[in-house]
Design a binder for this molecule. Structure first.
Ligand SMILES: *Cc1c(COP(=O)(O)O)cnc(C)c1O
Length: 465
């Protein structure tokens, strides 16, 4: 045994090995150390048969190399979203079209007048580029952009309600995910939460009874990722605006996703409709239903927007030029009804009929491929979701495929697909691919991935991947 331990290569020898020298020492060292110590343990405890031992010794370099490759693989990789959840926060929310990117790339590749007034030769504001189009589209007085909608909520509370009371319905103290909870955000913005009503019902008189000299604002938050049904009542935005005005308070609506009325969305008013009632302030996300980049859009009264601009915090919440350009290009596409330029919109808008023929085509493609015999495929109707905490109650009729591999456990099949970048839904013993969220070129790639996963799989191989 002693001689076996001695025969293990030295750390320095391995570090200098030709096959491993493309890796950084800092990557290799821990891998080599743990690999060698594992081998030592196995040798000392006699776990290996002579044959296993021989192969373990022969495989030291390739094994270390494989671990080093894994450790240095980029973690940010492209994936196919076959979940049917259009605004998938974990998968990057809204996707950009080539058209939008082509419009904004020249600006990114050059200097531009982000904060510069050419006529005056002086500094200007980065917000000016989108103000006009936002005011035209929504009928508001003024607009401001921040890093995201969470930043918008924070900035607005901190500017107008620091150490003052914000009146809000108990049914709207929501948690959005990723540690964004309205009561906590209020605390960090130094606002005092004044919750009114009950979980299921809040009446206008509940708001009115809560108003006192400490009150600064009546806030209404979109419930976003859940929906209450049954014995429920929330006040209409219009009533809240009237009440706030009567008591000279600010009314603020965190619309979450917001929607601009281009999609027929059942039961909530669009941003433009809300603006008709002249709210003090509204905010919503740029990369949810709108389908632009990450940005928080604040619109409302000029005088209030001016106060927001004076808050020192704005600098820390500042929107990047990429987001401004992407928003501008996306809003223009809406104005010109060029919806194909907005993938989020196009996906939400695709008809079950289109999706059914997409599913049929993909099924046929797979059936023509060499792995056809190793898989059961069905075309079936599915229900997609908007996602991104918007429209939890609306399901979009869709179509997709249900897959079952003949010689592979469903869980193993799902994880093998996932490891190659195909994100699916696991439902019982079936893997579901929703066609709604597939992008151009995804079908080819899906067939390639299936080939890769299933081509070596037959009934002689163990089922785990
Ligand atoms: C999503 C959401 C937010 C946060 O918006 P981000 O753009 O993700 O920062 C805030 N409030 C509501 C109601 C939301 O739905």
């Amino acid at each position: 045994m002693q001689h076996l331990l001695k025969s293990l290569p030295k750390v320095d020898t391995l570090l200098a090995h030709n096959e491993l020298k493309m890796f950084q020492k800092s990557t290799l060292l821990p891998i080599i150390q743990s690999h060698l110590s594992l081998l030592r343990e196995n040798i000392s405890s006699n776990t290996f048969s002579p044959k296993e031992l021989e192969s373990a010794l022969n495989e030291i370099i390739p094994a270390i190399k494989e671990k080093a490759i894994k450790a240095t693989n980029p973690t940010l990789t492209r994936v196919i979203n076959a979940t049917g959840v259009v605004i998938h926060t974990n998968l990057g929310r809204s996707v950009f079209s080539s058209e939008i990117l082509d419009e904004i790339t020249p600006f990114l590749k050059s200097y531009h007048t982000l904060e510069y007034d050419l006529a005056k030769g002086k500094r200007s504001e980065r917000y000016t580029h989108t103000t006009q189009i936002l005011c035209e589209m929504f009928g508001c007085e003024d607009a401001l952009l921040v890093n995201n909608n969470a930043a918008a909520v924070f900035l607005i509370l901190n500017t107008f309600a620091a150490h003052k009371e914000v009146i809000i319905s108990r049914g709207e103290l929501v948690e959005i995910g990723g540690s964004f909870r309205i009561p906590e955000v209020m605390k960090s913005a130094s606002s005092i939460l004044c919750e009114v009503g009950a979980t299921n019902k809040t009446h206008l008189r509940d708001y009115e009874n809560a108003i006192n000299e400490q009150s600064a604002m009546i806030m209404k938050v979109h419930q976003s990722n859940f929906k209450q049904i049954g014995f429920v009542k929330q006040c209409h935005i219009k009533e809240i605006i009237h009440l706030a005005r009567k008591h000279q308070l600010i009314d603020y609506f965190d619309l979450g996703s917001g929607h601009i009325g281009a999609l027929p969305l059942a039961d909530e008013p669009s941003v433009r409709e809300i603006c008709k009632y002249k709210p003090s302030l509204l905010s919503f996300s740029g990369d949810k239903l709108l389908g632009a980049g990450q940005v928080g859009i604040i619109i409302g009264k000029s005088q209030l927007i001016a106060q927001l601009k004076n808050n020192q915090l704005l600098r820390a919440l500042r929107v990047d030029k990429f987001s401004i350009l992407a928003l501008q290009a996306t809003l223009k596409a809406y104005q010109h009804k060029e919806y194909h330029k907005i993938p989020t919109f196009a996906m939400l808008n695709s008809s079950p009929k289109e999706l059914e023929s997409k599913a049929q085509n993909l099924a046929e493609r797979i059936q023509r491929s060499p792995i056809a015999k190793k898989i059961d495929i069905k075309v079936l109707p599915l229900h997609s979701l908007a996602g991104g905490g918007s429209l939890p109650h609306l399901s979009f009729d869709s179509f997709g495929l249900s897959l079952q591999a003949k010689y592979l456990q469903t869980r193993d099949f799902e994880s093998a697909l996932r490891n190659l970048g195909l994100i699916t839904c696991l439902q019982g013993e079936r893997i579901l691919l929703d066609m709604r969220t597939l992008l151009a070129g995804d079908e080819e790639r899906i067939v390639e991935i299936l080939l890769q996963v299933l081509s070596q799989k037959d009934d002689t191989l163990p089922s785990s991947h």
